[in-house]
Ligand binder design. Structure first.
Ligand SMILES: NC(=O)c1ccc[n+]([C@@H]2O[C@H](COP(=O)([O-])OP(=O)(O)OC[C@H]3O[C@@H](n4cnc5c(N)ncnc54)[C@H](OP(=O)(O)O)[C@@H]3O)[C@@H](O)[C@H]2O)c1
Length: 330
């Protein structure tokens, strides 16, 4: 039985607000009855996609599905052996897969510059750049350039990588940048104190707090990049994957993982919206939106909450300065 659109709209939004229902495997099990169609077979044939954090978890699951859709997938991570193993696994799952394991530590701005310089030479047209790499260190750690590690990995490095790969993205038709945020960002609305303490030096450091803050900043990053890249015809979206069973979740949040394990999505289901946004033409009919389970969602838990535009600007300027790029959004 197919339900009328107004009914599925209400059901879908209610699932999102009742977090355990919408975020767990229950969410996609129900929503796939009404969500938009899968991308057609071969949708990405002849197209290059860069996926950061592709050695395991959601990045590996997404890379596998993108390869299945015909893409040449550049698998990025910090360790060549782990990437080679991931590539070998994809080639078993998808016999004709075209996958390129390439090291790049996205938290290290020198590494990002070196990787981008090689890539713009070898990949003149880039269909999609997927910022998926994620970390939740238990104590305050710094990147090679001295930035707090979640900020460097989730925000500063991705901003610089996007900027440097912009010519290749601009040269492709229907190109896109996708940012894997987290539903955890709902617990971290933009705070005035961040404008002077983005590096999380003040107060007691909590990894989960640093993670949620930088996942919020990723949503802001996607919105700002959407404006910045519009003139190049590149769309930018962020998303959350729900709760998915990965090594990252098991290592960073063992207690949570133990309790919710029976209802976690598998990694493929957690990567579904990312793959859909990478391959579907529907993703290019809008830009700067936040998605989950193939549908745009509010960026605040209460949809009428607003962010101070001046604070957004201050935070964006600070991040742009760290990445060493011009501040203007467009
Ligand atoms: N699983 C979930 O339920 C869930 C929920 C919300 C959001 N997310 C988000 O989804 C993304 C993937 O999560 P996951 O659960 O799949 O995590 P995961 O299993 O820990 O995988 C993280 C990936 O990121 C890579 N990585 C980490 N730091 C990197 C860096 N500096 N440069 C390049 N690669 C780096 C890791 O590879 P190497 O260690 O080999 O470098 C690994 O491939 C993250 O952004 C996470 O915040 C996940």
């Amino acid at each position: 039985m197919s339900l009328p659109r107004p009914v599925t709209d209400v059901l879908d939004t209610a699932l999102d607000k009742v977090v355990p229902a919408g975020y767990s495997s229950i969410g996609p099990a129900l929503r796939r009855r009404w969500w938009p169609a899968d991308p057609p077979a071969g949708a990405l044939t002849g197209r290059h996609v860069v996926v950061t954090g592709a050695s395991r978890g959601l990045g590996l699951a997404a890379a596998t599905e993108l390869a299945r859709l015909g893409a040449t997938v550049h698998l990025l991570g910090r360790d060549q052996a782990r990437l080679d193993q991931a590539a070998a696994g994809i080639r078993v799952a998808v016999p004709n897969a075209d996958v390129l394991p390439e090291t790049c530590d996205v938290s290290d701005l020198d590494d990002v510059r070196a990787y981008a310089a090689r890539t713009v030479e070898s990949v003149p047209r880039l269909h999609a750049l997927v910022h998926n790499a994620g970390v939740m260190p238990p104590s305050r750690t710094e990147s090679a350039q001295g930035h707090e590690l979640t900020l460097a990995t989730h925000v500063v490095g991705p901003l610089l990588l996007t900027e440097l790969l912009r010519p290749a993205l601009a040269a492709a038709d229907d190109s896109r940048v996708l940012v894997m945020s987290s539903g955890g960002m709902y617990s971290a609305p933009l705070q005035a104190s961040w404008a002077h303490d983005l590096q999380y030096r003040e107060g007691t450091y909590r990894g989960i707090r640093a993670y949620a803050r930088t996942k919020r900043l990723q949503v802001l990053l996607a919105e700002q990049l959407a404006t910045r890249l519009a003139a190049d015809g590149v769309v930018v979206h962020s998303m959350h994957p729900g709760w998915a069973s990965t090594e990252g979740i098991a290592e960073s949040m063992p207690g949570f993982n133990r309790v919710v394990r029976p209802i976690l999505r598998d990694a493929r289901s957690g990567a579904d919206t990312l793959v859909w946004l990478t391959a579907s033409p529907e993703a290019t009919t809008s830009t700067g939106l936040f998605w989950a389970d193939r549908r745009p969602r509010s960026t605040t838990y209460l949809p009428w909450s607003t962010e101070d535009p001046q604070l957004r600007r201050q935070v964006w300027d600070a991040v742009a300065t760290m990445a060493g790029i011009e501040h203007a959004p467009a």
